[in-house]
Ligand binder design. Structure first.
Ligand code: DC
Length: 229
């Protein structure tokens, strides 16, 4: 049997990273970790405690609360991946709202938050056989990952994907609002001082604007196969 590797998938929001990562994890029988969900869960915690609103961010209180934020993934066999658990409560749905999306880049720019989450992510990947997606996986979390993928797609394609997802869930959003959020997050994620989104030198770039899920999966499975040969 092929030896297990670490697969790092980075890229802008709504590039289909998690779709690809979940398919790969299922196919290869690897563990899937959605690091965006961890930043979203911390954001949800900050919102619940009144540390962040539209015109206010009490970073200091959030940093002081970090030891009291416990994040876990609870594996759901029917889904094939783990759902996000914040302090013993499943928050998988709560962390996917447009409100959380609006605040998450600010939270993800806090050094202490990144240090805590990166440590936990590295611990989860110690045994390999993991597919992790995020913004800094190939550059910071696992700089030695055997396979690094950098996913891109046009901002309009990505906004349309996110909009369709939110509408399907029954959220009351407009396309313009979602597009604005995508553009803003792109900017903040690529311009923050700590671990900005950049393509690792040894990452393979995939633009999936015009690719089906099946094509993209086949492409990456080939790359995994080639590593094993
Ligand atoms: O992948 P996502 O859209 O659910 O991620 C939510 C936010 O979290 C995104 O705007 C950037 C941030 N993030 C990050 O800074 N580092 C990661 N490894 C994953 C996500």
């Amino acid at each position: 049997m092929a030896s297990k590797i670490t697969i790092a998938i980075d890229g802008f929001s709504s590039t289909g990273k998690s779709t690809l990562a979940k398919q790969l994890a299922k196919q290869l029988e690897y563990v899937y970790v959605d690091t965006g969900a961890m930043y979203r869960a911390v954001t949800y915690f900050a919102m619940q405690n009144g540390y962040i609103t539209h015109d206010y961010f009490d970073k200091e209180s959030l940093v002081h609360s970090l030891p009291f934020i416990r994040l876990q993934f609870e594996f759901k066999p029917e889904l094939g991946f783990g759902v996000m658990v914040l302090n013993d409560i499943v928050v998988e749905e709560e962390i996917r709202t447009i409100e959380v999306s609006g605040f998450v880049s600010k939270i993800a720019a806090v050094d202490e938050v990144r240090t805590k989450l990166v440590e936990q992510q590295q611990e989860m990947g110690k045994g390999k056989g993991i597919v992790m997606d995020g913004r800094d996986i190939g550059t910071v979390v696992f700089p030695n990952a055997e396979l690094k993928i950098y996913m891109t797609a046009s901002a309009t394609t990505r906004a349309q994907r996110r909009y369709d997802e939110l509408i399907q869930k029954g959220d009351d959003v407009s396309y313009d609002e979602v597009f604005q959020n995508v553009v803003e997050r792109d900017y903040i994620d690529t311009h923050r001082a700590n671990s900005p989104l950049v393509k690792a030198a040894d990452a393979i770039e995939i633009d999936n604007s015009n690719m089906t899920r099946e094509e993209q999966l086949a492409l990456v499975l080939d790359l995994v196969q080639n590593l094993n040969n």
